[in-house]
Ligand binder design. Structure first.
Ligand SMILES: [Zn+2]
Length: 259
């Protein structure tokens, strides 16, 4: 199983959460919210090949942590995975809007200069500006929209722009969101938990709970659960194949396609 967006470092016991995922053979993209958290979080993946660590700067922290962009630029050469990044359009974060846009644009430029990365992107209430920013940096890499909550039209625009989607069980609960998930290209869908922020029966979700998302996706696709799981595994393989081996930074001032 694949949990393509999980905050292992934010569990009360991160090492236990990482050990359990490795033991249960759940492939985890361990996202971070600040560049300064990357090194410590990456130690959770030591000798745990199922876990990969992404370098992030969460939009909700763009204002306070914008000064960590220099560290982001130093670290981006060390990983093919970038996240959690993006924009948040909710009223709570309205006053940091300018900082968010600047930070996101900087990160995308940095990824493009490094040859492209796999990007785990937050777009709550901000699908349009996220797509605009991605369009401005076409070589930033492969965008994977995490927990997409936009409209059908916005999903169409995102698909048109080459976006992938990481889908969690909460996205498959309401009829409206199920309809949206059903329209996503099956070969661009991954599963996620967004643990520990989402809940599973009154406790924080853990990576193995992606089983719920897989079961619901299989129902949506009208396939067996094992077929849905195989499809998602194939998708991840394809995504990684287009990014592995492109880790060395591009020559000064040059941008290379990420895929
Ligand atoms: Zn998240």
């Amino acid at each position: 199983m694949i949990d393509f967006h999980c905050h292992l470092d934010l569990y009360p016991d991160p090492d236990a959460a990482a050990a359990a995922a490795q033991q249960e053979q759940v492939a985890v993209l361990s996202v971070t919210t600040t560049p300064s958290a990357f090194a410590g979080t990456a130690t959770l993946a030591t000798e745990r090949p199922m876990i990969r660590t992404a370098l992030g700067l969460h939009p909700e922290l763009a204002q306070q942590r914008g000064h960590e962009l220099a560290l982001f630029d130093q670290l981006v050469a060390t990983t093919p995975f970038v996240g959690e990044i993006g924009l948040d359009g909710s009223p709570r974060f309205a006053q940091s809007r300018t900082a968010q846009v600047d930070v996101f644009a900087h990160i995308l430029r940095s990824c493009a200069d490094s040859g492209g990365r796999v990007l785990s992107i937050h777009s709550r209430g901000a699908v349009k500006p996220v797509l605009d920013a991605l369009r401005a940096q076409p070589y930033a890499g492969t965008p994977v929209l995490h927990w997409f909550t936009g409209t059908v039209r916005q999903a169409e625009a995102a698909i048109e722009q080459g976006c992938w989607f990481s889908v969690g069980a909460p996205m498959l609960v309401t009829a409206k969101s199920r309809e949206l998930v059903a329209m996503l290209p099956r070969d661009r869908v991954l599963t996620e938990t967004d643990g520990p922020f989402a809940t599973h029966k009154d406790r924080p979700v853990v990576p193995r709970d992606v089983a719920d998302a897989i079961r619901l996706l299989a129902a949506s696709w009208g396939t067996e659960i094992s077929q849905a799981e195989d499809q998602i595994a194939l998708n991840l393989k394809a995504l990684l194949a287009s990014h592995v081996g492109e880790l060395s930074p591009a020559p000064e001032g040059q941008s290379l396609p990420g895929r």
